[in-house]
Design a protein around this ligand. Structure first.
Ligand code: NAG
Ligand code: NAG
Length: 424
């Protein structure tokens, strides 16, 4: 946290000439006060005189990581208004909406190939003949929210629709006029200007649109986005695209882990959307995927076809105890705190009410292993005893634990506990 706030402290110039010394002294005092206030405040800062701070967007959204669904991981470009409407229906029918999955997000390929003569993006007339406003109305009627997609480039990644570069204000106003609630903003067909210029342009445009629109930066972690993402968006991708494999999934969460300190309410690290239910991993591997995303305060954006979701997949995605870890109001990103070698790891994150999420992870394929979470590693004081709740089994382990907690973990599996301090 400290480095990011430190960046916004203006630097005082050296060797002041005499007439300006008094003014500069005043400035210095003001500056010091600003920096001290910034350092003391762990929460996101409101815009101040320095201007650049979090005020580009400042939409009040993202107090907890966003939850919803996105079309890309399962459907790629094969989307249409029927599939989106059925998805909204299915989110409600399966109980996923009630579990917190609110956003229904179209990814690439929703728009017509070219802008209109007047320069507006429009829905693809073949696949979305009723238009986006009608779709938003439908999704809203289900108590859900609608998300759209564009790119900080001249085209989107599919090259099947325009990007928003140079059209930020027009597009933001268009999206707002359709009552869109969320924008995922990709990074294809860029023009050579840095991400730190192209992405904030859209932040400003969204703010000026007058509608609070959740802004999901998808610039793949370029220019250390975690260090400035919170000034421009509500979440930012820290990695390249996820794929539906065990190693690809772990690779993304490992990269994301390096930036844990920058996540907090209103601004989240994003290791990309969920692959749970898409078929490339085993049940246990998907449990690991969902557990890691929960502990790391990652956006929980479902990426499978919920209109034909299996009981097993639904069980993973709607586990209320695991979701509660992700949505904990403190918003502290859990991280890897112990790597024992041999593919055995401990991840942990502080939760509200003095609780702690602890994930024991066996990345190995060969054997079951016993993994220990030791209090110094997980940040529990030595004298403290806890009760351990297994949030996948939905049972509290018998007895109390003092000093450490050890459990056997199968290959490519994890155990996820919530520890609550109890009197010894
Ligand atoms: C809509 O998209 C779905 C999923 O790709 C597809 O199965 C369906 O045939 C499409 N419907 C129309 C009318 O194009
Ligand atoms: C998945 O991603 C990982 C790294 O992120 C990469 O090494 C691997 O080749 C990818 N696999 C597929 C099938 O694309």
């Amino acid at each position: 946290m400290a480095p990011r706030e430190a960046r916004w402290c203006p630097v005082a110039r050296r060797r002041p000439s005499r007439p300006t010394a008094v003014l500069l002294l005043l400035l210095l005092l003001l500056t010091a006060a600003c920096c001290l206030a910034a350092a003391a405040d762990a929460r996101p800062l409101l815009p101040t005189a320095s201007g650049a701070r979090r005020g580009l967007l400042d939409n009040g959204l993202g107090l907890t990581p966003q939850m919803g669904w996105n079309s890309w991981n399962h459907f790629q470009c094969d989307i249409n208004e029927t599939v989106i409407r059925s998805t909204a229906d299915a989110l409600v029918a399966t109980g996923l909406a009630k579990a917190g999955y609110t956003y229904v997000n179209l990814d690439d390929c929703w728009a017509d190939d070219q802008r209109t003569k007047e320069g507006y993006m429009t829905a693809n007339p073949k696949t979305f003949p009723s238009g986006i406003k009608a779709l938003a109305d439908y999704v809203h009627s289900k108590g859900l929210k609608l998300g759209l997609y564009s790119s900080a480039g001249t085209r989107t990644c599919s090259d099947r629709m325009p990007g928003s570069l140079g059209h930020e204000d027009t597009d933001a106003k268009t999206f707002a006029s359709w009552d869109v609630d969320y924008l995922k903003y990709d990074n294809c067909y860029r023009d050579g200007t840095p991400e730190t210029e192209r992405f904030p342009r859209m932040s400003r445009a969204l703010k000026d649109s007058g509608r609070p629109i959740f802004f999901s930066l998808c610039e793949w972690g370029y220019m250390e986005v975690a260090k400035w993402g919170a000034t421009s968006g509500n979440s930012w991708r820290t990695t390249g695209d996820i794929n539906d494999t065990w190693t690809g999934m772990l690779d993304n969460i490992d990269r994301n882990d390096a930036f844990a300190q920058y996540a907090k309410p209103r601004g989240w690290n994003d290791p990309d959307m969920l692959e749970v239910g898409n078929g490339g991993m085993t049940y246990d591997e998907y449990v690991v995927h969902f557990s890691l995303w929960a502990v790391a305060k990652a956006p929980l954006i479902i990426g499978c076809d919920v209109t034909s979701i299996s009981k097993e997949t639904l069980g993973i995605l709607s586990n209320a105890e695991v979701i509660a870890i992700n949505q904990d109001r403190l918003g502290i990103q859990g991280k890897k705190v112990r790597d024992y070698g041999n593919d055995l790891e401990v991840w942990t994150g502080r939760l509200s009410r003095h609780r702690q999420a602890v994930l024991l992870l066996n990345r190995g394929a060969a054997r079951s292993a016993s993994i220990t979470a030791a209090w110094p590693d997980v940040g529990i004081r030595p004298g403290v005893a806890v009760e351990a709740r297994d949030v996948w089994k939905h049972e509290t382990l018998p007895g109390k634990f003092a000093g450490s907690l050890t459990a056997a973990v199968e290959p490519h599996s994890c155990k996820l506990f919530v520890l609550t301090p109890v009197p010894r």
